[in-house]
Design a protein around this ligand. Structure first.
Ligand SMILES: Nc1ncnc2c1ncn2[C@@H]1O[C@H](COP(=O)(O)OP(=O)(O)O)[C@@H](O)[C@H]1O
Ligand SMILES: [Mg+2]
Length: 562
């Protein structure tokens, strides 16, 4: 399989993330307008204070003290309201989008499945669904609009100070804005980039390992491997802590530099104001208004300079999420081609390998039709499961034909294929829901009679009705009281409920005791009348019910003479 390309650039990630906004961009615009006005209002409070002082210093100001105070108070109150609306909009956008993104990720996984879930990186998918998505909240709620607000407010202050107190002072302000809002973040983000990426990587690795350890805790205890596990967890936790320290240290340094720059630029602005007043270029009053306006105007750019620490993480998360959304599935769903109703399947010259150079299956030929049970035996790892997955088109064949009723699998609609072919795997997963709900994943609106019929066919009906609440019993409440055989029979009932013409069984009895194996096999034998069943096992004993048996060996298949 192809290796993933390296990371996209920050700009491209940001642009792609913003494109995901779609129609929410209007809400974002509204948030930015409110945020900018809010900031202008908050500056207005101090500026009107300065206007009052300027008036007291003898500046010609046409409005009364009462009006000045009134305006300052009014702007203060308005600031609150505008800020509320801004934050409300931003979080509305962020959480809406997170829901949309989760949905997109699930859709992507659905597209990529089941091949994607066979890869070993399930932990990183879980990390993506949890922490990466949360990180993007920071981007949508606390990154985009602050940047827009900083640009708007800085421009407004530049113009205001320029017109009121002269362009020298406003140039000082502009230099400050550029230093704090652009130069500082660019420099510190280049310093922090590595630390951010390492932090995210160690966070993801710790999460994946920890989750994996919790899932496997039984086996850890049984093998008395707790000590090594704990040491490894501790080692990864130390690693994470180290990277956290590194990142926080850099963030703190960047913050200090920012604060220093702000103080410095305010001092320079004051010096310029003093010089201009001394040389009689502007009045003291205008100088005071200018200095106060500049002093109060750094808020939005400071907010931006605080971003890089978050932003590098955001980019790393955004990168992973965007890559997943763009990832091409191993097999594309087929739509708009042919539907079919299963009668028979014929495999001719089928060849397949997961990697190009190593063939798992070569020149496989077999047939199965309604009313038959076809057995496939072979040693573990010989490609039995692979063959079943090819019959379901979880992977695409390399060469040869898989013909359902004479039509090649590549010409049949995926939905139709899933309707006609059902696979029961080695272990059945039961969700922590009622037995009924667990069965209904096979057929959403199945009636009680249908459920009961499928369960009778799988010889599990009597067992279920004997449970405390029958079909309404929660499987979680049963805990380990449900044996592998009983679970497997529920899996079988699901398959019968789907009503497909072809059922593929991948070692259905390998985890099951001989009593359950007997029950399952006789259920199957009874069901074969109107179905075809392909039964895979590495045990010969399971094959007693098969009409025909094939053996796979060294990638090749041959019929067993019995
Ligand atoms: N997703 C996969 N990617 C790469 N190789 C795989 C994958 N799944 C199985 N294989 C390899 O293909 C071979 C056949 O596996 P499988 O069909 O599961 O065997 P069986 O079911 O007969 O035990 C094995 O060598 C296995 O390691
Ligand atoms: Mg297998």
């Amino acid at each position: 399989m192809k290796k993933q390309k390296s990371r996209m650039s920050g700009g491209r990630i940001m642009a792609s993330l913003i494109l995901l906004l779609g129609s929410l961009a209007y809400v974002m615009l509204f948030a930015v307008i409110n945020g900018s006005l809010g900031f202008v209002c908050s500056m207005g409070v101090t500026v009107f204070g300065a206007v009052g002082v300027a008036k007291a210093l003898g500046e010609q100001i046409a409005i009364s003290y009462g009006l000045i105070i009134g305006l300052a108070v009014g702007l203060g109150a308005l600031r609150g309201a505008l800020r509320f609306v801004e934050q409300y909009c931003n979080h509305y956008i962020a959480f809406r989008l997170l829901a949309v993104l989760r949905d997109k990720i699930f859709a992507a996984l659905r597209r990529l499945c089941p091949a994607k879930l066979e890869s070993k990186k399930k932990g990183s998918i879980i990390a993506m669904l949890t922490s990466d998505i949360e990180t993007l909240e920071v981007f949508y709620a606390h990154t985009v609009s602050p940047i827009c607000i900083a640009i708007t407010v800085s421009t407004a202050v530049f113009l205001f100070v320029g017109f009121v107190s002269g362009w020298y002072m406003s140039l000082v302000a502009l230099a400050g804005f550029v230093a704090v809002g652009i130069i500082a973040p660019v420099i510190s983000s280049s310093f922090m980039r590595d630390a951010g990426v390492k932090y995210r990587a160690s966070f993801a690795s710790f999460n994946a390992y920890f989750l994996d350890s919790i899932k496997g805790i039984k086996d850890i205890v049984l093998n008395n491997a707790g000590k090594q596990r704990k040491e490894e967890v501790n080692a990864r936790s130390d690693e994470l802590l180290k990277h956290t320290h590194e990142l926080k240290y850099k963030i703190a340094n960047a913050g200090a530099v920012t604060e220093f720059t702000v103080s410095l630029m305010t001092l320079v602005a004051t010096a310029v104001a003093v010089a201009m007043t001394a040389t009689g270029k502007i009045t003291i009053g205008k100088a005071v208004i200018g200095v106060v306006a500049i002093f109060g105007s750094f808020g939005p750019v400071i907010a931006i300079s605080a971003l890089p620490g978050n932003l590098t993480q955001t980019f790393a998360s955004g990168d992973r999420v965007l890559k997943l959304l763009k990832e091409k599935p191993v097999v594309e769903d087929i739509e708009g081609k042919k539907d079919f109703v299963f009668e028979n399947v014929e495999v001719k010259g089928l060849t397949f390998g997961y990697d190009n150079d190593k063939k798992v299956l070569e020149d496989i030929c077999l047939t199965a039709k309604r009313g038959e049970i076809v057995g496939i035996v072979g040693e573990s790892g010989c490609g039995k499961s692979t063959l079943l997955k090819l019959l379901m088109r979880f992977w695409s064949k390399d060469e040869g034909e898989i013909l359902y009723c004479g039509d090649d699998i590549e010409t049949l609609n995926s939905a139709s294929l899933l309707d006609n072919v059902t696979m029961v795997s080695q272990t059945t997963y039961l969700f922590d829901e009622t037995v009924e709900e667990n069965l209904k994943i096979a057929k959403e609106n199945a009636t009680y009679d249908e459920l009961a019929k499928a369960c009778r066919q799988a010889s599990i009906h009597d067992f279920i009705t004997a449970l405390p609440e029958g079909y309404r019993t929660k499987t979680g409440a049963l805990g380990d009281n449900l044996s592998a055989g009983e679970k497997q029979r529920i899996g079988l009932a699901r398959a019968f409920l789907r009503g497909s013409g072809l059922i593929l069984l991948d070692e259905p009895t390998s985890n099951v005791d001989s009593i359950n194996e007997g029950i399952i096999l006789s259920s199957l034998a009874e069901q074969k009348k109107d179905k075809a069943i392909i039964l895979v096992s590495h045990r010969e004993s399971t094959m007693a019910i098969a009409d025909r048996v094939y053996r796979i060996q060294n990638g090749r298949i041959s019929e067993v003479n019995r």
